[in-house]
Write a protein that binds this ligand. Structure first.
Ligand code: NAP
Length: 289
């Protein structure tokens, strides 16, 4: 396929590398041009504007958040895009923005697919992301070869793009809650002289197997929060977006409110760029340790 790709951060850059390896033509744009240049050796065509990426069979975007999307994907860009173009937005953004982007694209004869992903940059580099896609089925069919180059499985969960975003936010809310409880359990255990690693060995081979308890638990046990694989600042963004999405349907998420405050505590202590697992340190600090 002939595609554009906008946003070459931790996730976008490794995704593009895998799309190139699968033999697709990729035009790349990034706000900081050096990240785009770094991919030209791997065969990417570097373009100077987002508009030049918004062409071909489809354009993919992997920008940081709502603010970045609003800045880059403006009405003029959509106005000038070729009719029928498919835009696949893979970032974790708000349900409200996904809904408004879907309308803005449809009004101009463009297809909008939301395809947020599960998996950190190491998983993306291995081409093993889990992709949660929603939007027009024919558009998803057309971009499936690109999804196959970056992911181990694509789940189709609805025809409204924002349904994929709410699914992703629910996952990250649960992830944040799991890390919060790991942090609190660690403070409880170590306060009574039990080694966190012993606890992890027990739970991950019985009641709580899986990458979340293993991966984040290990970081908490080792009190190792850098380098960040998933930054606390981004985790806070996602928990806030889950609370916002719940607010629009008058739904309380009490656990999410607690986790938001813990992540805010981390940011207030200058730990926003550290890994999400820093929730272990927040809990220990509250216990005076
Ligand atoms: P990142 O490394 O911080 O990269 C963010 C990208 O957005 C960069 O290309 C950055 O450009 C661009 N950007 C930010 N603000 C911009 C603006 N105002 N105008 C234009 N470009 C702007 O983030 P990431 O880890 O790749 O995450 C990208 C998305 O994937 C986020 O929505 C995140 O929640 C989601 N996600 C992340 C992970 C993870 O583990 N990291 C996992 C799943 C999903 P510059 O290079 O110029 O700064």
């Amino acid at each position: 396929m002939d595609i554009g790709f906008i946003g070459l951060g931790e996730m976008g850059a490794v995704m593009v590398a895998n799309i190139l390896k699968a033999g697709h033509t990729v035009r790349v744009w990034n706000r900081s041009p050096e990240r785009a240049q770094a991919l030209s050796a791997a065969g990417a065509q570097v373009v100077a504007t987002p508009a030049e990426a918004f062409a071909g069979d489809a354009v993919f975007s992997m920008l940081a958040d709502d603010a970045a999307l609003r800045e880059v994907i403006d009405s003029q860009l959509l106005e000038n895009a070729p009719r029928g173009l498919i835009h696949v937005n893979m970032a974790t953004i708000s349900v409200a923005l996904a809904e408004s982007l879907a309308h803005a694209h449809a009004e101009r004869g463009l297809n909008y697919v939301a395809a947020p992903v599960l998996g950190r940059p190491d998983v993306a580099a291995a081409g093993k992301l889990t992709i949660v896609a929603a939007g027009p089925a024919e558009a998803i069919d057309l971009v499936q070869p690109v999804f196959d180059a970056i992911g181990q499985k694509t789940w189709r969960i609805g025809s409204l793009p924002q349904q994929a975003n709410v699914m992703k936010l629910a996952v990250n809310f649960m992830l944040a809650s799991a890390v919060e409880t790991l942090g609190e359990a660690s403070t409880l255990l170590t306060g009574h002289g039990v080694a966190m690693q012993d606890f992890l060995d027990v739970i991950t081979s019985s009641a709580f197997p899986g990458p979340v308890y293993q991966g984040y638990g290990k970081m908490i046990a080792e009190q190792r929060y850098e380098p960040a694989l998933f930054k606390a600042r981004l985790g806070l963004k996602d928990v806030r977006l889950a609370l916002d999405a719940a607010g629009t349907i008058s739904t309380a998420l009490p656990i999410a409110s607690v986790v938001r405050d813990s992540l805010l505590d981390a940011v207030a202590h200058g730990e926003g760029e550290m890994d999400f697992a820093v929730l272990g340190q927040v809990s220990a600090r509250r216990a005076g340790r």
